[in-house]
Design a protein around this ligand. Sequence first.
Ligand code: ADP
Ligand code: ADP
Length: 225
Amino acid sequence: ELVLQIDGVTKGYNHGKPNQVTVLQGADLSVAKGEVVALVAPSGAGKSTLLHIAGLLDTPDAGQVRIGGEDMTKLSDRKRTAIRRGEVGFIYQFHHLLPEFTALENIILPQRANGVGVSEATKRAQSLLDQVGVGDRAEHRPAALSGGEQQRVAFCRALANAPRLLLADEPTGNLDPATSDRVFSALMELVRGTGLSAVIATHNLELASRMDRIVRLENGKVIAA
Ligand code: ADP
Ligand code: ADP
């Protein structure tokens, strides 16, 4: 069962000039249920562009994106937004948590926006924080947390609505190596525990080797490593 299918995706930017820079040029990537794929490429190769297209944050110039077998390019904006919120979780290099809310509230909010009741959302938020080892930080605001703890909370927020696909762009890239290693392990445990599919972009080959499969992005195409 394929959760994500990217077929022949092309994407370019013209930077306001006539000459278009083509970033993706017929990129293909399929991810099976429960599969965790490492996306490795140098800076500027188009990793963020590919993840944004996979996560319905951006649209390709050509090609297809399917999530759960459904063609996303054919959907209305409204339906795409609903799928993005309900079925895709996104993690960035920086946590992007809301500074005025506590860790717990940051994980409750997306669930409330998705129609989940207060008590159920609270229970799930606390359970997620417990699973990544920061249950005792629930009432802290992001600024009171360490970098590693902030990312752990961001992982919980990405999984708040139990998505079927997780997309992560250098999720431990702003942490020192030892913290990065521990925080990445917590992420992998969370992902394995829920059986969701993931594409995780990283420069770190040791972390990449702990995933199921490594792909590279070269000349706008995804190739097996
Ligand atoms: P990576 O994540 O691998 O570093 P990106 O996908 O961020 O790569 O960027 C790939 C290329 O596309 C870069 O040359 C970048 O400058 C360009 N690019 C990315 N997003 C935009 C945008 N919104 N507008 C113009 N150019 C962009
Ligand atoms: P750091 O960025 O500080 O290394 P991590 O997220 O890697 O943070 O922290 C590892 C774990 O240890 C986290 O679950 C964190 O809550 C916990 N932790 C950190 N400091 C303490 C402490 N003083 N007492 C108890 N647990 C702690």
